[in-house]
Write a protein that binds this ligand. Structure first.
Ligand code: HAM
Length: 444
């Protein structure tokens, strides 16, 4: 008996009907990052589990509750829950940090976290992320935030708030941890089991525990901004000056601590209220200690990642535009088998020139072929029957305007098709322009 197998909970299929949205956001993000001088990197989907324990941190929710880990031939691997650890591992392994600094890379990748699925929260999701290694100053923090903002602006998003905070360096963190322990100690027994162990090891992690009781208790906890050392405070003030210089609006949100252990100093998130509870579209920050901790020379670094599902959801909810997919330029309808070789030759030569061409592969009658051409949104249709083959003359039909153009088959066909297609495309652009600006344009 056949068994119907469905996709695992918390995963999504991206069908050909939706893929244009993904192509739109990936193209936008890629081009914008390239404008800022970042270059693409590709890394493995799984890494040694140790990499994430040591970078993301043993007391984080991601490591303690959410990783997909498998043991294969005595070695433990984990499906990447995020992109920073793998990118930094790759930079070190490939000697990229010996090249000119700062190293500026971006990636588009799938991530895996075993979380409770809900709108905007998946077990397999996709990130566009950037990492910049080598620069310590607050101008690079502003540059990273400006890049994230440029991508969100280019997507056409409105109503997305930038929240920034500083979570200090190991020096100020030590004082802050003392204050947190003192605050949480009286509530020790109310905390979840994981947070009880965090109280000793890493009390800051209690602040982003998803349990309602822990987050309720954490509401009035001391904030790190009150414990920053002079260097971290100056860094944070300078960052704000640079954001203002670029007219980037922000809110200081002392509650943002981020859920990963590697951060130091600046952290930030872009948050929308348009897609429900999971409204953080982009998160990032500085991580000055990570590279050294992973065996490299001390090298400051900073980055962010945006969730592509959340970005697309927000764009959809705000009615932002996606670049429509390229549809069939020419559908060739052979009326019988004898016309198929000619259809193949025309398709082959036009495809080489970059046109999207299809012909009937289903031995359908002409009426059904026309219906199919309409369904796939073909711009032009060329019907090939006995008469057309004999006379080497046919009619090219524009499916939208219903205009017919007499064309010769054979060598001259491609040239003529080019002319007609370019005229039509031009006509379409003018039409769109007139729709946007009014038929007679404007005098301004
Ligand atoms: P993160 O905040 O864990 O940071 O994730 C970044 C973004 O990925 C989130 O803001 C969200 O949009 C998306 N995201 C996270 N989890 C899920 C999920 N379960 N379902 C859907 N989307 C999700 C990082 O991953 C850091 N590596 C960012 C970074 C790069 N920091 C410095 N460099």
């Amino acid at each position: 008996m056949a068994i119907k197998i469905t996709r695992p909970q918390g995963t999504e299929d991206i069908t050909p009907k939706q893929i244009y949205k993904w192509h739109t956001v990936e193209r936008m993000a890629r081009e914008t990052a390239e404008n800022f001088g970042f270059h693409e990197m590709r890394i493995p989907t799984f890494e040694s589990t140790d990499l994430f324990l040591r970078s993301v941190g043993e007391t984080t929710d991601v490591v303690q509750k959410e990783m997909y880990t498998v043991k294969a031939k005595e070695t433990e691997f984990t499906l990447r829950p995020e992109g920073t650890a793998g990118s930094i591992r790759s930079m070190l392994q490939n000697g990229l940090l010996n090249d000119a600094l700062p190293q500026k890379i971006f990636y588009i990748l799938s991530c895996f976290r075993h979380e409770r699925p809900q709108a905007g929260r998946l077990r397999e999701f996709h990130q566009f992320g950037v990492e910049m290694a080598g620069s310590a100053g607050p101008a690079s923090d502003a540059e990273i935030i400006a890049l994230a903002k440029a991508i969100l602006d280019r997507a056409g998003l409105k109503n997305i708030a930038l929240n920034i905070n500083s979570i200090g360096c190991p020096t100020c963190r030590a004082e802050y941890h003392k204050a947190l322990r003192a605050y949480f100690q009286p509530h020790r027994d109310e905390l979840c089991e994981t947070c009880q162990t965090r109280l000793e090891k890493n009390p800051m992690r209690i602040l982003d525990c998803k349990s309602e009781i822990c987050s309720g208790i954490a509401k009035d906890a001391p904030v790190i901004l009150d414990y920053l050392c002079d260097e971290c405070r100056t860094h944070f003030e300078k960052l704000q000056e640079y954001l203002k210089a670029q007219n980037i609006e922000y809110t200081i949100n002392p509650k943002i601590v981020r859920g990963l252990d590697y951060y130091t100093k600046t952290v930030f998130e872009f948050i929308t209220t348009d897609i429900g509870a999971q409204g953080t579209v982009c998160g990032g920050g500085r991580y000055d200690g990570l590279i050294e901790q992973m065996g490299g020379k001390p090298t400051p670094a900073m980055g962010f990642a945006m969730g592509l599902e959340r970005l697309i959801l927000t764009m959809e909810s705000q009615g932002c535009e996606f670049q429509p997919p390229h549809q069939c330029d020419l559908y060739i309808a052979p009326m019988d088998e004898a016309a198929i070789p000619t259809a193949m030759q025309i398709a082959s030569s036009l495809r080489t020139s970059g046109y999207q061409v299809e012909y009937d592969l289903m031995q359908r009658k002409l009426k059904a072929q026309m219906k199919y051409a309409d369904k796939i949104g073909a711009t032009f249709v060329l019907v090939l029957g006995e008469n057309e083959l004999q006379s080497q003359q046919a009619n090219l039909k524009n499916m939208k305007t219903k205009e017919q153009f007499p064309v010769s088959l054979g060598e001259k066909f491609e040239e003529k098709f080019d002319d007609i297609a370019i005229q039509y495309m031009f006509h379409d652009v003018v039409n769109d322009f007139e729709k946007e600006c009014g038929t007679h344009g404007s005098n301004e």
